[in-house]
Design a protein around this ligand. Structure first.
Ligand code: PLP
Length: 499
């Protein structure tokens, strides 16, 4: 595609020497299964043991080499073991590994670099909280919003994923912790995310219907919503299926929040740090949030996360408002500074926008020949390919997306699903993938779908079941949940989690 970066990937990927899982992988998987909880997820989707990784590729213990379009779920935007990150890590490892919250050069350097990288009016006007995971950052952001507004009530959207580890403060007994870390356990106001492909509240026409609904929640005294402190939003839905909202969504949300003195929290955990072809996804719409959650790529694979908030948001926070042993690990911060520098220097972001556009066109082009691809959308290297049983009814086809994941795996390409019915395959390659490998991955995708189309992998409708979806939607009742759910061929189930 003429934009070749050199990330040092294994140049001969995909290379399958032993159909995965090969013998050595099987052995290590069996040992893992013997000792570790069976609640792990990814080793079921991609049953290989990893030997090493370079750039946009990984090698398993049987010598198979895979193109990695999972990228640690957006942790590896700069690929595996980027040479500049390796150098920063090595240098810091000779100084100090753990320093609680005491200043180190690594910490102060990181803070300066991050401040200079933030979007809009947050740039040079933010305060930073260090946290460890994405979920931790989101929880801290909500806690901060409740404290700043002295209200409870977080608006969050259908399809949202913000993590799973809340509630520890309620289990901790010290009164002093309850006073300084007043996490209320979350009062959640759920609102439909405006999805143009599966429209609700007129979301195929823009965000007006969603905003009207939010206004109703505020203005109608019997709406059931007593108060709101913040709107928490993913600029593009991640686990929810790589849904790109209408262009006016974030600007309208910003106006709504300003009208009512509500804070806007952007969860950039999956969308941030170049993934969408801008440093932050909010920059596509020029909206600046009051609070922003950052994780994943910021540590290049070493766990660290951050909450950035407007420096005039709160006068003073009680000391220990949010505490924890591992906040701002020096090794992670040394890597993080380099992550930010690499993303800000050169033209990696502009190149990601260009190459992302071309990659979307390639998926769309494949979709013309394969009607099971109902929709292709995204920004930069965050692209969702949605599978449907029938383009007219748009009934989600999770089994096809999962069959594609397996078919790609067998061909040496790692690609994961998303969406409520696992009906979306998501392209989240490291941004640094070489053009040649990108092209080989796309060819494997095309080959996989051709093979499935000719091999009898057919929608439920062809088995005599009526396809269901949003248009012509015929809900059936899930016996497990007692809730109406589309009769996806794989049956009702919860979305597979991401870490
Ligand atoms: C948008 C978003 N927020 C929060 C999280 C939770 O992050 P973590 O798994 O690090 O807790 C995720 C994880 O995928 C995410 O995609």
């Amino acid at each position: 595609m003429g934009d070749t970066p050199d990330s040092g990937s294994y140049p001969d990927a995909p290379r399958i020497l032993h159909p995965p899982p090969g013998p050595r992988s099987r052995e290590l998987l069996a040992q893992q299964a013997k000792y570790e909880t069976d609640a792990v997820s990814y080793s079921h989707y991609f049953p290989i043991a990893i030997e090493s990784a370079r750039g946009a590729t990984v090698e398993d213990v049987d010598g198979n080499r895979f193109i990695d379009w999972v990228a640690g779920i957006s942790v590896l935007n700069l690929g595996h073991r980027h040479p500049r990150l390796v150098a920063a890590l090595e240098a810091q490892s000779r100084k100090v590994w753990h320093a609680l919250e005491l200043p180190t050069e690594a910490r102060v350097e990181f803070l300066k670099e991050l401040e200079a990288s933030l979007p809009g009016s947050l740039r040079h006007h933010a305060r930073i909280f260090f946290t460890v995971t994405g979920g931790d950052a989101v929880e801290t952001a909500v806690q901060l919003a409740d404290h700043a507004t002295q209200r409870h009530g977080t608006v969050t959207f259908s399809g949202a994923y913000h993590g799973v580890h809340g509630g520890a403060i309620r289990l901790t007994s010290g009164r002093r912790y309850h006073q300084t870390s007043p996490f209320a356990g979350g009062v959640v106001v759920r609102v439909p995310y405006p999805d143009p492909y599966r429209p609700i509240l007129g979301s195929d026409q823009g965000a007006a219907g969603t905003i009207e609904y939010l206004e109703h929640l505020i203005n109608d005294p019997s709406s059931g919503v007593d108060s709101m402190s913040a709107v928490l939003v993913e600029p593009i839905l991640g686990e929810g299926g790589y849904v790109v909202p209408p262009d006016d969504f974030l600007p309208s949300l910003r106006e709504f929040c300003d009208r009512h003195g509500i804070l806007l929290i952007a969860d950039e955990v999956q969308t941030g740090l170049g993934r969408t072809g801008k440093m932050w996804a909010v920059e596509h719409s020029g909206v600046t949030p009051d609070i922003m959650c950052i994780a994943k790529t910021i540590g290049g694979g070493i766990p660290v996360s951050v909450v950035a908030y407007r420096d005039d948001l709160v006068k003073e926070l009680p000391r220990g408002f949010h505490i924890g042993t591992y906040r701002g690990n020096p090794l992670a911060l040394a890597v993080g500074t380099e992550v930010l520098k690499v993303l800000r220097e050169g033209d990696l972001l502009a190149r990601t926008l260009r190459r992302g556009q071309r990659t979307q066109e390639r998926f769309r082009d494949i979709g013309v020949r394969h009607p099971s691809i109902g929709n292709v959308r995204g920004k930069g290297f965050m692209i969702g390919v949605e599978f449907v049983q029938d383009p007219k009814t748009r009934a989600p086809w999770g089994d096809r997306a999962k069959a594609m994941r397996s078919a790609l795996f067998a061909r040496g390409v790692l690609m994961h699903t998303a969406g409520a019915w696992d009906q979306v395959l998501r392209f989240m390659s490291p941004l640094v993938i070489e053009d040649e490998l990108l092209e080989r991955g796309l060819q494997a995708f095309e080959d996989a779908i051709e093979t499935l189309d000719t091999s009898g992998n057919v929608p439920a409708a062809h088995h005599g079941k009526a396809p269901t979806g949003v248009t012509g939607f015929h809900p059936s009742v899930s016996p497990e949940l007692g809730l109406p759910t589309p009769a996806s061929p794989s049956g009702p189930h919860l979305t597979e989690p991401s870490e």
